[in-house]
Design a binder for this molecule. Structure first.
Ligand code: CA
Length: 221
């Protein structure tokens, strides 16, 4: 099930978005101010956040800074059509930007594209003979069950979702441990070592010295 957090202080708009997304089969939670949204984000995992910019207390930009390390895609929703804001939103790293008033069809299409880009709609991730069934958190290697600890599992999912990309230690740590990276690499390095051993990906799971790790198929140089 795909869970979406809607952060929008105008109730009629929030209700309309929630109803449309629920009709499309998504599970929705609504927050009407930035503080409530921050608390919800701390306690729950979402696959996507729809984020209004003009919010009481904490605005959408501030909240976005908070969401960034959580590795959740964000679509900004705003009444401000000015180009400067549009650029600001995308520069911050948001996946997309939608301007009020918008057609529900357009919103649904954008939500779908972002989820697909983030591979949230994919229930199976594959690399060589390793298959992850993300709905059931089940991993197999060459058809045999592979038992991983929760952190090893999260690490493997992250690597399979970002194949051929160098992942910074900082980003990996913040995404898997949900905590700020203090510069201590031992925990992360140890987990990667164990993951290499369990998955047999000794060669593919490369150390990028001084930077982080990259899962390489060997096809791309
Ligand atoms: Ca607003």
């Amino acid at each position: 099930m795909i869970r979406i957090l809607i952060v929008e202080d105008e109730r009629p708009i929030s209700d309309l978005i929630r109803m449309s997304l629920e009709d499309a089969g998504y599970i929705c939670t609504c927050a009407y101010d930035g503080m409530t949204a921050a608390n919800l984000l701390e306690a729950n995992d979402y696959d996507l956040v729809l984020l209004d910019i003009m919010l009481p207390e904490i605005d959408g930009y501030e909240l976005f800074e908070y969401i960034k390390p959580l590795d959740m895609p964000v679509i900004f929703i705003t009444a401000k059509a000015e180009l400067a804001d549009r650029v600001k939103g995308l520069n911050l790293g948001a996946e997309d930007y939608i301007v009020k008033p918008f057609e529900i069809v357009e919103l649904l299409a954008r939500v779908h594209v972002v989820l697909r880009r983030y591979r949230k709609t994919e229930t199976h991730l594959m690399f060589r003979d390793i298959v992850i069934d993300t709905e059931n958190r089940h991993v197999t290697k060459n058809g045999q069950d592979l038992v991983l600890t929760p952190k090893e599992y999260e690490l493997l999912v992250l690597f399979l979702r970002n194949q051929e990309m160098t992942l910074f230690r900082e980003r990996i740590y913040e995404s898997v441990w949900n905590a700020e990276y203090s510069g201590d690499t031992r925990t992360l390095d140890l987990h990667v070592q164990r993951l290499r051993k369990k998955t047999g990906l000794d060669k593919e799971l490369k150390t990028v010295y001084g930077v982080g790790y990259r899962l390489e198929s060997g096809k791309i140089e």
